[in-house]
Design a protein around this ligand. Sequence first.
Ligand SMILES: Nc1ncnc2c1ncn2[C@@H]1O[C@H](COP(=O)(O)OP(=O)(O)OP(=O)(O)O)[C@@H](O)[C@H]1O
Ligand SMILES: [Mg+2]
Length: 265
Amino acid sequence: MKLCIEALGLSFSYSPEVPVLRDVSASVRSGVVTGIIGPNGAGKSTLLQLLCGLLKPGAGQVTLDDQPVAAHSDRARARLVAYMPQSISPAFSLSVADVVALGRFPHLGAFGALGDGDHAIVQACLAQTETAYLAERDFLSLSGGERQRVLLASVLAQEPRILLLDEPTSALDLPHEVAFFRQLRTLAAQDLGVVVITHDINMAAQFCDELLLLGKDHTLVRQGDVKAVLTEAGLAEAYGSSLSVGRHPETGTPFVTVPMGKKTG
Ligand SMILES: Nc1ncnc2c1ncn2[C@@H]1O[C@H](COP(=O)(O)OP(=O)(O)OP(=O)(O)O)[C@@H](O)[C@H]1O
Ligand SMILES: [Mg+2]
């Protein structure tokens, strides 16, 4: 059975008269990797927080499994949807293993203690993200890329049906970024839904099934499969600057570049 998050006619402002999202309707579902792209400040992170119920829309609504997202208890929602923020800075010192164990909270019993099964899942998620060697380190002592891989382990430990990831690869080196996106495809093949914000349009073109393109005017400029969304007209409308769309030499999928202009003289 597919699990869907649907946004219908969402509008949102942090302060009156300054719209951050205007009339956005979109849906994401299990088994599909959906990329969210668009310029800085378009409202991508805001949209992700609306989709998981952390923010409430000024107009429109978000449904999870055909019910308003707010109708689910925090615990029930956290078993279905996991959210990885753009960055986190824990206020106190936590080991990497503790950060990953936090992902188990919606599954714990009344006393909140981790059982053998929970510990096994934490270990498996550390192994899956190749972060087991960091388990005893203080999370705050990690590099930016190491933190991102540990945060993925933490949301995987939550065992949700849909993962919402805000720029999870922004600090990763290229091989780790490709490995990360391949892992997202594996998760989708296991029927997990993945929603991933990225500025790496070409990585999104290779690994996402569908894209949502938000524009600088805070509207949803295009949504659909990669070919439908990555057009020069759509990108120009969203970014307000000209981008070229060619073909990836190996896969034939759209490949976006910035025109550098011809050298003169
Ligand atoms: N907590 C907040 N209070 C006030 N304004 C905010 C807040 N969070 C974001 N904004 C503003 O809302 C707009 C959209 O922000 P958002 O973080 O959703 O953009 P984004 O598309 O994720 O951008 P980026 O690519 O830079 O991460 C921006 O103009 C931002 O300054
Ligand atoms: Mg953002």
